[in-house]
Design a protein around this ligand. Structure first.
Ligand code: 6PG
Length: 266
């Protein structure tokens, strides 16, 4: 059983004893959100990230999820992508395709990867244009309070420096309020060129889940979740605050080891 708790304003924390338990809980959570979205809207618009996340979603390719999830209604996006060819080892698309999308019956035309033959700036513009079209046709909902897309679920990983998607500490991309998708050419985590959802888009989602494992993330997680004074306010992960949606943290004990809340870490 996952140890769960709610940290004021920082969402639902689910701390798992083992990786296997975390993977099952994550697969259950995604499958359930998919069911709800398909029932309510007829679509499930999900945005993925790169890194360890895809491996942690692996149970979705197994029984029962591979049979019970309505894959035909899934529309796949990326919260961030590296500006490399789609078949490059650094591509988040390739990671997701090899680890997940090729193992379940997703409709190929529902997979919205970035244009890999243009510059980072153009790729960001193109991606935003694609999302705008899908908002018009209601495949992606729209926020009631701003004109942002409202993804059914955005999945994020956390960097040891506190980054989420390709929004890095002290980077001007954190201040972008107009664009839905922006680009950077100086990512501290290689490769340097990336496109990323902006904070207004992340915070307009119906559900945001941040999946964090390992001791190396414990400090960043502590700064992202707990009251730590001015230091914490600079951490991009702390800026993830869905306006109307729900925020859930999927954690292992190592990542959660520096959280002070005694109910969670006793
Ligand atoms: O493309 C990327 O680099 C990511 O989307 C990035 O935000 C990632 O999720 C974190 O860096 C965590 O990565 P790990 O889980 O592999 O540490």
């Amino acid at each position: 059983m996952a140890l769960s708790g709610v940290q004021k304003d920082r969402g639902d924390l689910r701390i798992h004893e083992s990786m296997d338990e975390l993977k099952t809980d994550l697969a259950d959570y995604i499958a359930e959100l998919s069911d709800v979205s398909v029932k309510e809207r007829g679509f499930f618009a999900i945005a993925l990230s790169g890194g360890s996340l895809i491996g942690l979603m692996g149970k979705l390719c197994e029984v029962p999820y591979n049979k019970t999830v309505d894959w035909s209604k899934w529309y796949i996006f990326w919260a961030d992508e590296r500006v490399v060819a789609r078949n490059h080892a650094d591509s988040n698309y390739k990671l997701a395709k090899d680890g997940l999308l090729s193992k379940v019956p997703i409709v190929p035309s529902h997979v919205h990867s970035i244009n890999d033959s243009v510059s980072a700036e153009e790729a960001a513009d193109n991606y935003e244009f694609v999302i705008r079209q899908l908002v018009k046709t209601h495949v992606v909902s729209v926020s009631e309070i701003n004109d942002c897309p409202k993804f059914d679920l955005i999945l994020l990983g956390l960097g040891a420096d506190g980054h989420i998607a390709s929004l890095f500490p002290n980077h001007p991309a954190l201040d972008e309020r107009e664009e839905w998708v922006t680009f950077i050419t100086d990512s501290p985590k290689p490769p340097p060129e990336r496109i990323t959802f902006t904070l207004p888009v992340i915070n307009s989602a119906s559900n945001v889940a941040v999946v964090v494992t390992g001791e190396g993330k414990a400090d960043a997680l502590h700064l992202a979740i707990e009251e730590v004074g001015p230091d914490g306010s600079l951490i991009p992960a702390r800026m993830v605050q869905p306006t109307m949606g729900k925020l859930v943290w999927f954690l292992d004990k190592q990542a959660a080891s520096k959280l002070k809340n005694s109910d969670l870490n006793s």
